[in-house]
Design a protein around this ligand. Sequence first.
Ligand code: ZN
Length: 145
Amino acid sequence: MSKSKKEEDVRFGRFGTVSFTQTTKVNDFIDHLQRGKVMASQCKTCSETFFPPRADCCHCLSSDMQWREVAGSGTLVSYSRLQFAPIGFDADLPYSIALLDYGDFRVFGRIDSALAPDEIKIGMAMTTVVNELPNGQLNYIFKKI
Ligand SMILES: [Zn+2]
């Protein structure tokens, strides 16, 4: 891929409440989100799975990666209810960030704000789903199963 072509690939600008970068080596992540799928990347050499997706494997240094859907049930292993947020996220407060365990990989993200705080329990089953924000931006959230 030529450098100029790469610089025009700004798909990642559509990600998140505030997008900190428009160009990554994993811009296809956004295309998958638009199709309703949250994807991790998996190394074809050593099978390690990464979320957020990586274009290169930090275990065996291979760049031979494939997409793998973050599908089904994950287990809530940790969460925190935020009362303060980074600039750009303050209108969303309070919200809960969390970690879901999918067995051989984990996903960091935000819990569905429609879920009441007293319904959130460590060990509960949750799923990761695509979420479209009011301004058309895309992200993903954890929903109770
Ligand atoms: Zn690897």
